[in-house]
Design a protein around this ligand. Structure first.
Ligand SMILES: [Zn+2]
Length: 430
């Protein structure tokens, strides 16, 4: 089934739940919360070419809330708008002290979004304490707030109630748990699941583009792992993990956000002589392949930036809890713009095998490269060049068109994930 039709069903259902009276003022709540224009909610139309996508794509709440994460277009070329969005305060959940829980445990704790302002109502999604941002739709005067976010559903077991894998959901939680945090100007990260790039921002500028890999829903030998899909949303980096090991893969420079999700260096295995081996993971950067974490390139950009640089900056300036991380959802219908044919690329005519985004690169130390145009990339001698793994140059046109085809308006790149969400749809209909 197509994601849109599922989403419509879900929306309609939530609308029904949302209309259950909680006080004597049902009509007022319905009007304020749902229907700004006092019209019946309509079916969300299918995506059209040229649509502007925001993280709240398909949300029943169409109110513009300024330059927030939720309503700012997912367009990395508008540096000023993205920076403005990154510097807006983030509203997170803070459950306060919980007896017997350390700070680290608190950052892995979650709370629920309920279908009504009532803890005995249905659980529609999960939010992670201290790290995950929510969009506040409305503060009710009964101590509850209606919020929206991508559900941080992590595990496939009954204890977590919902299997709303990375679904944009809305629901109620107690207003007393909501807290605003001002992000730092020293660092902010944008991860786009469509382009599989991590964009590094500092002091108003985008200072680097890094290759990354977000989560891929995979078969693990006995079942699919829908919780591999990286949860979209806005978050705060919350814990300096350092290093972690998973299935013989060592992940260095890990910083945790959103419960168990980490942003870390592309994993390596350790050879018998103690050297590091990135052969199985590094070539996959730029495509989805992790178990949910964000794998980031270790090779340095011409500006000297890589995952180690990010980690050291956060660590040395004590920025944990202040760095905003934005993850953009790869909504069906989003498209990677085809580059300007006159865009400049670079290469080393004396035996170079890569094409580059800049005239100098860490990969080719001391060499000043020769320019050529993007339009020439598929012609000899440039057609045989590989994209430089350091400086993340533009993708080839054929590759961009292949991705855009997968995400074409009206298609469904999420067919598998949607089928794995069936438990959730069934639960909603109980
Ligand atoms: Zn390069």
């Amino acid at each position: 089934m197509r994601i849109k039709s599922l989403f419509c069903l879900f929306t309609v259902f939530v609308l029904l739940l949302g209309c259950v009276p909680v006080s004597g003022e049902e009509e007022e709540i319905v009007e304020e919360v749902w229907l700004d224009d006092e019209e019946e909610p309509e079916e969300i139309p299918a995506e059209e070419p040229g649509d502007v996508f925001t993280p709240s794509h398909g949300s029943p709440y169409t109110k513009d809330i300024g330059s927030a994460y939720w309503t700012t277009p997912m367009d990395i070329t508008d540096e000023a708008a993205v920076w403005d969005m990154l510097m807006q305060p983030i509203t997170v959940v803070d459950l306060g002290k919980i007896k017997g829980k350390s700070r680290s445990q608190l950052t892995k704790t979650q709370t629920y979004l309920y279908s009504e302002p009532d803890e005995s109502s249905k659980i529609l999604g999960e939010v992670t304490n201290l790290s995950q941002g929510v969009r506040v739709i409305e503060h009710l005067d009964n101590g509850w707030s209606l919020v929206e976010c991508y559900s941080s559903s992590f595990f496939s077991k009954p204890a977590t109630k919902t299997e709303a894998w990375n679904l944009l959901v809305s629901g109620y939680l107690p207003t007393k748990y909501l807290k605003q945090v001002e992000p730092t100007k020293r660092l902010a990260l944008v991860i786009d699941k469509l382009t599989q790039r991590l964009y590094v921002f500092q002091e108003g500028k985008m200072i680097a583009t890094l290759l990354c890999s977000t989560g891929l829903v995979q078969w693990n030998g006995s079942k699919y792992q829908p919780y591999n899909e990286t949860r979209s949303g806005e978050f705060l980096l919350i814990n300096m993990t350092g290093q972690l090991t998973s299935d013989r893969l060592v992940c260095s420079y890990a910083i945790r956000f959103n419960g168990g999700d980490e942003v870390h260096e592309v994993p390596h295995q350790t050879n018998r002589d103690g050297s590091y081996n990135y052969k199985s993971t590094e070539p996959k950067l730029g495509t989805k392949c992790s178990h949910g974490c964000i794998r980031v390139q270790r090779l340095t950009t011409p500006e000297g930036i890589n995952m180690a640089w990010i980690y050291k900056l956060v660590n040395s300036e004590n920025l944990c809890g202040k760095v905003k991380v934005v993850i953009w959802e790869d909504w069906q219908g989003r498209q990677i713009p085809e580059p300007d044919p006159d865009a400049t690329l670079y290469w080393n005519p004396n035996g170079g095998s890569y094409y580059h985004s800049e005239d100098h690169c860490t990969n080719g130390k001391g060499i000043t490269f020769t320019p050529f145009s993007y339009a020439q990339l598929d012609e000899s001698p440039y057609s045989g060049l590989a994209p430089c793994p350091n400086c993340a140059p533009l993708r080839r046109l054929a590759e961009i068109r292949e991705i855009n085809e997968l995400y074409a308006p009206g298609g469904d790149h999420e067919e598998l994930l949607n089928s794995l969400r069936q438990h959730y749809w069934d639960y909603l209909n109980q």
